[in-house]
Design a protein around this ligand. Structure first.
Ligand SMILES: [Mn+2]
Length: 405
């Protein structure tokens, strides 16, 4: 990384000449002795001049940063805080931070609608992610124990090879680990009779990330109980995706998915009240087993646009170009005595990345992966992908089969 800083300033103040020097080259001590930035240690890096040309922004040596920031008038400066402690510390916040909050919100809201280039980037990240899921299925033995690290590592290899890195820490959760929402330790021993919940996304070379989750049987075949939970979450996700359309509230997918979940739990005799009552704002007993929201914006960050004002995002309406996840889940903790013993320790989440389009777009309707595990058994994949019912007011980047991965 070049040691430069960027700052927008009124044009009249932008008098500092662009430096085209290469201060870290061989004629400096930095070249030889700086193990963080010296080129002898870390290799060639762009000069300030090269960086200025590449970005179209004025740059300066980082040694000048403190003085330049100290000269700024906080009442005429806004800082996107939380990214650089030095900048945060030197530039005071005016108006109790309100001006900075406005900047953060504005930047987030600019990212809500993705343009064609960004959509291409997300498709690129998702395609690599699909390949990563297939890699994992290919690598998993289905007839003996192995470590979750295998899953973590195989997906990580795809992410590093096809993209920049993983967009967030892989969640490679097997068995009861799947009931831990952010199981990133990934150090368990896999029992082939369990399911794998894999929540992972490749961050591509331009830093756009996918966010996909599949819950699949390690052996290639669900038990009846695993299938029952999977099918309910799948139905909830389909209902959520169907609710995604321009002009619909952002929360529509969540509400549609939760209705399916609550009704399913009522049918199973688990919910202590009716689904209708549970779905009331002041009740929500089903949330004991759903734990999280159904959707978030996706883009450069896995939780993109997180500083957008609620009225523009979570309490706003969907628009063409929004990209969001739809990812309901059901989690029965291993020690949850309020559910039948057979459900305890089962966690299922299914997640896809959805682009809001003006007209119904044909969904791809293909599994994330249809490869055989290393020890193939009949029943994998266990059903064909859905056919005629595959249209919605949204475009699925990634779809899945009814019951496999
Ligand atoms: Mn997600």
């Amino acid at each position: 990384m070049t040691r430069c800083w960027f700052c927008t300033r009124p044009a009249k103040a932008a008098t500092r000449p662009s430096s085209t020097s290469t201060p870290a080259r061989r004629d400096t001590d930095e070249f030889f002795r700086d193990r963080f930035y010296g080129e002898l240690w870390v290799g060639r890096r762009p000069s300030l001049g090269e960086t200025t040309a590449q970005l179209g922004l004025e740059t300066a040596h980082i040694a000048d940063l403190e003085k330049a920031l100290a000269e700024l008038d906080p009442s005429h400066t806004r800082v996107l805080r939380g990214y650089d402690q030095t900048v945060d510390g030197i530039v005071g916040a005016a108006d109790e931070g309100q001006r900075d909050d406005e900047l953060a919100s504005a930047l987030s809201e600019l990212r809500l609608v993705k343009d064609d280039w960004e959509i291409g980037q997300l498709r690129n990240a998702i395609a690599a992610t699909v390949d990563g899921f297939c890699d994992v299925v290919r690598a998993m033995p289905s007839d003996r124990g192995f470590s979750e690290r295998l899953i973590d590592g195989v997906f990580g290899l795809r992410a590093r090879h096809d993209g920049n890195a993983v967009g967030y820490g892989n969640i490679a959760a097997t068995g009861a680990h799947a009931t831990t929402l952010h199981w990133t330790q990934n150090d368990g021993t896999v029992d082939p009779k369990d399911m794998l919940l894999l929540d992972a996304g490749v961050e591509n070379h331009n830093f756009y990330t996918a966010d996909v989750t599949r819950t699949m049987p390690i052996s290639g075949r669900y038990s009846d109980t695993q299938r029952r939970v999977y099918d309910l979450v799948y139905a909830a996700q389909q209902a959520g995706i169907e609710a995604v359309k321009p002009g619909a509230p952002f929360k529509a997918a969540h509400e549609a998915a939760m209705k399916v979940i609550a009704e399913g739990l009522e049918d199973w005799g688990i919910l202590p009240v009716s689904a209708e009552e549970s779905l009331q704002e002041d009740c929500g007993l089903h949330r004991r087993w759903t734990l999280h929201g159904t959707s978030h914006s996706l883009g450069l960050d896995v939780h993109d646009c997180s500083h957008a004002r609620a009225e523009a995002y979570t309490k706003g309406d969907l628009a063409v170009g929004h990209v969001l996840t739809v990812e309901p889940g059901l989690y029965f903790q291993i020690d949850d005595l309020t559910v039948p013993a057979e459900l305890r320790g089962i966690g299922v989440r299914i997640e896809d990345d959805i682009l809001v389009t003006a007209r119904p777009a044909p969904r791809t309707c293909r599994p994330v992966c249809r490869v055989r595990p290393r020890t193939w058994r009949p029943g994998w994949p266990s059903s064909e992908p859905p056919g005629s019912d595959c249209r919605a007011e949204s475009e699925m980047f990634v779809t899945h089969p009814r019951r496999t991965c």
